[in-house]
Design a protein around this ligand. Structure first.
Ligand code: PAF
Length: 287
């Protein structure tokens, strides 16, 4: 079945009115890959109908970031949505989403200024603003986000809780290449040699996870060693951050931390910004 394509809010309203039962939204910026397919399947399991939005949101890109060269592959995206049985593809223009320069926008708060937010100031404010707009326009029962963007997922959950947004936020596991590289629309920027260096991110996370039994400091040390070695690769990995944080606040956890944590890493390979993370859990050693 070919999905209905809605380019305007009016077309979206008409398409939505024709859908039966509950609705899941999969928000995307296009350049769809296997990871997005898994979100669509999760959406299908969560609701009767699935809407995929395809919109490269200028508000979440900073000066000097890749807004202009971000891959726009609408025909291929549509084919993916068709194969996955998506009901509606909402693909508005920038003018349709932002008919006038927005004056009132969301602020992601302290969590939005940490970690990825410190590396990309304003990114999470723009992301939350467009996600809230999509929630208002699509009015889904559930929305599916990838766990690869762990801080984004935590912030959307926080927004929904703080602002009483009636949407169930569902996280879906990261999908990886056989060599461990997390799938990302930005992977298509990587040359062959970049691609080899980029696997250092997932190798660092794996090394960290394997050290989890010895506590947070051992995790940081094991992951750092892999990243330090990759700094000498050709091309080199330029590390933006490696953090071990509380998944609810994205603040660094202490050496005696017990409970859940996220080991998150970001770096640049040949000019491409890549992020990855793994969830961990530390036992209470005082018991
Ligand atoms: O994860 C993304 O692709 C984007 O941040 C999102 C959620 C579609 C908002 O533009």
């Amino acid at each position: 079945m070919t999905p209905v394509i809605a380019r305007t809010r009016a077309e979206l309203d008409a398409a939505r009115a024709a859908l039966p039962g509950t609705l899941a939204l999969v928000p995307t910026m296009g350049a769809l890959h296997e990871g997005h397919r898994s979100l669509m399947r999760r959406g299908r399991a969560a609701a009767d109908a699935v809407v995929v939005s395809v919109f490269v949101n200028p508000l979440q890109f900073g000066a000097g970031e890749d807004l202009d060269r971000y891959p726009r592959t609408f025909d291929a995206d549509l084919a993916v949505c068709e194969q996955e049985g998506v009901d509606v593809v909402f693909a508005p223009t920038v003018r349709e989403m932002y008919p006038t320069e927005p004056q009132v926008t969301l602020k992601a708060g302290p969590m939005g200024e940490r970690v990825e937010g410190a590396a990309r100031p304003g990114h999470f404010d723009g992301m939350l603003t467009v996600v809230m707009k999509l929630f208002q326009l699509v009015r889904p029962d559930a929305a599916i986000f990838g766990e690869k963007d762990a801080q984004q997922l935590a912030l959307v959950r926080r927004m929904v809780a703080d602002l009483n947004v009636p949407v169930e936020v569902v996280g879906a596991p990261t999908v990886r290449e056989p060599d461990g590289l997390a799938l990302s629309s930005r992977n298509r920027y990587l040359a062959d040699a970049d691609r080899v260096t980029a696997t250092a991110l997932s190798r660092a996370l794996r090394a960290g996870a394997e050290a989890a039994g010895s506590g947070p400091d051992a995790v940081r040390k094991a992951a750092s060693a892999v990243l330090a070695a990759a700094a000498g690769d050709e091309p080199p990995l330029r590390l933006d951050y490696l953090v071990l944080v509380d998944p609810a606040t994205f603040e660094e956890v202490a050496a005696d931390h017990a409970g859940p944590a996220v080991l998150a890493v970001a770096g640049r390979v040949g000019g491409t910004h890549l992020i990855d993370n793994v969830p961990l859990s530390f036992p209470d050693r005082t018991a």
